[in-house]
Design a protein around this ligand. Structure first.
Ligand SMILES: *[C@@H]1O[C@H](CO)[C@@H](O)[C@H](O)[C@H]1NC(C)=O
Ligand SMILES: *[C@@H]1O[C@H](CO)[C@@H](O)[C@H](O)[C@H]1NC(C)=O
Ligand SMILES: *[C@@H]1O[C@H](CO)[C@@H](O)[C@H](O)[C@H]1NC(C)=O
Ligand SMILES: *[C@@H]1O[C@H](CO)[C@@H](O)[C@H](O)[C@H]1NC(C)=O
Length: 455
């Protein structure tokens, strides 16, 4: 404690040349510190929260990515997580793998500043050899601390102005029985000016009809029209925007192969975002869907995901990870696919997925054609196509029960119609989706030919 108070003095010293004032402050600081250290815990609750005020109030990070002072690492979010014995907290972080030093956890408690506890640093195994990787920092909360905020510090160097992360997921396990959402979709790292507005809006509306209550979007750099649409959806409540300005801190890679794409961190930090989304959803969503925005996890024998999982989960009670096969729906223009055309959307950027009604057979040489639907409480660390650490079991859902419709943007080899399979499942949603999408486009002020006709 004393050292923190002193570090506060040092800060002040930067702005003051009056040595008498500094000396006086040091003495006051020492007296207060010593007094505080000696007060028995039972009386502490009557004390003004001096330490917490000193250390926590002005330095709470409001950023998604928070640099960790005196290190090359970054913190993202801190969550209560007592599923692994010996730990209370998991801080989702981004660490430079070749520069890991011993760290300590420090807590703001409701009425005092805690002593430090040693941190355990767990780098996720799927870093693809990039210098930086998704990392969990595990901490134990000291006794008698009702923790509100946490930060990390190197063993040797005490930070002058540590940035605090608020501690999230503080509900107790009993409350897990009622969820705000049944399904949450995590869309990691929107980047490169992605602007497929039409696909995005239709996909969001179909998710909603399938029972999805929340779509978390990690935004690095969406295009201008898409940004307008997302702002509308976030005001309306379906979309939760998380700003993800990773390029301000690192040189993010455009892919996952270091030798081909270069950079500091795999695919705009996609894995960090996905893990953050799992923990963000843990207390509020029964299931989390880890798919991209050009993918829809579609049940074929149930009306929606709720009835699918209400059937599957009781058959697989200990299963936390459901693996779902993806099929590619390429662009293919035919007389039939033209029946999905919507004239009102003519001028909206992007393509209309109602015209994607053919899927192609899998090419086994292509890697990982599946994604996951998980119960977040069963997951400890995740990757994109599989879970790295889990509690409980995995189950692959049969393709005819549910598969992913992947409406690809770019496709190199166009196949002849005989090699494609007709699937008009999306049209079951057509009548409900078209007016909703048109309305959301209107709210976002995006061009629609109906409005033109009115003018
Ligand atoms: C911890 O502090 C919060 C207020 O910040 C309070 O609501 C909660 O009851 C406290 N928990 C315990 C175990 O004292
Ligand atoms: C979640 O699904 C259950 C059925 O399993 C349903 O009763 C409940 O209303 C749904 N909750 C929400 C928020 O949609
Ligand atoms: C899901 O489908 C069932 C009927 O199969 C229906 O009763 C229920 O309301 C639907 N739930 C949602 C969230 O649409
Ligand atoms: C996404 O991020 C970019 C770049 O920071 C920003 O210009 C844009 O407004 C953001 N969009 C949304 C929907 O937050």
């Amino acid at each position: 404690m004393t050292s923190f108070c002193l570090s506060d003095v040092m800060e002040r010293a930067k702005y003051s040349t009056n040595t008498k004032y500094i000396l006086l402050f040091i003495i006051v600081c020492l007296v207060i510190s010593l007094a505080l250290e000696r007060i028995p815990d039972t009386y502490r609750k009557f004390m003004p929260p001096y330490k917490s005020m000193l250390m926590c109030s002005s330095q709470i990070s409001d950023q998604t990515i928070t640099p960790l002072d005196n290190t090359k690492h970054f913190m993202v979010s801190a969550f209560m997580d007592q599923r692994v014995k010996g730990f209370d907290i998991r801080i989702i972080s981004i660490f430079r793998r070749d520069s890991i030093q011993p760290l300590h956890c420090l807590f703001c408690c409701v009425d005092h500043l805690s002593d430090t506890t040693p941190a355990t640093v767990l780098v996720h195994s799927d870093h693809f050899d990039f210098p930086y990787g998704a990392t969990d920092v595990m901490c134990q909360i000291p006794h008698n601390c009702n923790a509100t905020h946490v930060t990390l510090m190197p063993h040797t160097m005490r930070s002058m102005n540590p940035m605090w992360l608020p501690l999230r997921n503080k509900k107790t396990h009993e409350k897990y029985t009622s969820f705000e959402f049944n399904f949450t979709v995590c869309i990691s790292a929107l980047f490169g000016g992605y602007n497929n507005v039409l696909q995005f809006a239709q996909t969001l509306e179909i998710y909603r009809l399938l029972g999805v209550g929340r779509v978390v979007v990690y935004n690095n750099s969406g295009g201008p029209e898409l940004s307008r649409l997302l702002h509308s959806y976030s005001q309306e409540g379906l979309v939760e925007l998380v700003q993800w300005p990773i390029h301000n801190y690192l040189n993010p890679s455009h892919g996952w192969r270091l030798s081909v794409h270069g950079g500091d961190l795999q695919y705009y930090g996609q894995l960090v975002a996905l893990n953050e989304c799992i923990y963000r959803s843990m207390e509020r969503s029964r299931y989390v869907l880890l798919n991209d925005i050009d993918e829809i996890i579609m049940p074929y024998q149930h009306d929606n995901l709720t009835s699918l999982m209400d059937t599957l989960q009781p058959q697989h009670p200990n299963t936390g990870v459901f693996i779902i096969q993806a099929l590619v729906y390429p662009k293919k223009t035919t007389k039939e696919s033209n029946k999905g055309y919507v004239d009102a959307w003519r001028q909206v950027p992007g393509f209309n997925i109602l015209q994607r009604i053919y899927w192609e057979d899998r090419n086994d040489k292509q890697y990982h054609r599946h994604k996951m639907l998980v119960q977040p409480r069963f997951v400890e660390q995740t990757s994109v196509h599989y879970v790295l650490k889990l509690f409980g079991e995995k189950y692959k859902i049969p393709e005819q029960l549910c598969h992913i419709m992947h409406s690809v943007t770019k496709h190199l080899t166009e196949r002849p119609l005989e090699e494609l399979h007709l699937d008009k499942r999306l049209w079951d949603f057509k009548d409900r989706v078209i007016p909703r999408v048109t309305e959301m486009l209107r709210r976002a002020g995006l061009p629609s030919s109906e409005e033109e006709a009115d003018e």
